[in-house]
Design a protein around this ligand. Sequence first.
Ligand code: AMP
Length: 138
Amino acid sequence: MSKQTIFTKIIAGDIPHHKIYEDESTFAFLDAEPVNPGHTLVVPKEPYQNIYEIPQDDFTKVMETVHRLAPKIKDGVSADGINIGINNEPAAGQEVMHLHVHIMPRFDSDSFSHWQGQDDYHDDVRGKEIAENIREEL
Ligand code: AMP
């Protein structure tokens, strides 16, 4: 896979960045527009676009790095909590088409709110149908 992304350029050292960690298959650096100080992106060195494209073994390696870094980032910025997320496809807010895991420190004082849940499964039929449709894909 030889596709270039802004993140492959960061990994190659061609774009200024603040590196946090690197191993054979993953790379982590500070997000340029952090939601809070310490907001870090963990990426596979191979520029897989998203969760659908990345092979399970490579994804496991990315998540091992996330697991390793999350508590260090929390301590490094004295955060009160951490959000971890992956945006897949523009509909979900993905802007850079190179899979990346956001590790976002949270503070009791940051007052961010989460998206609102919907009262969508108020009747059993709808929940049953949605769960069945998903299970059929397995
Ligand atoms: P997403 O919306 O999930 O695709 O997130 C892309 C993230 O990449 C955003 O949070 C951007 O701030 C971040 N980003 C884009 N360009 C750079 C860069 N050159 N260095 C660090 N972070 C970047």
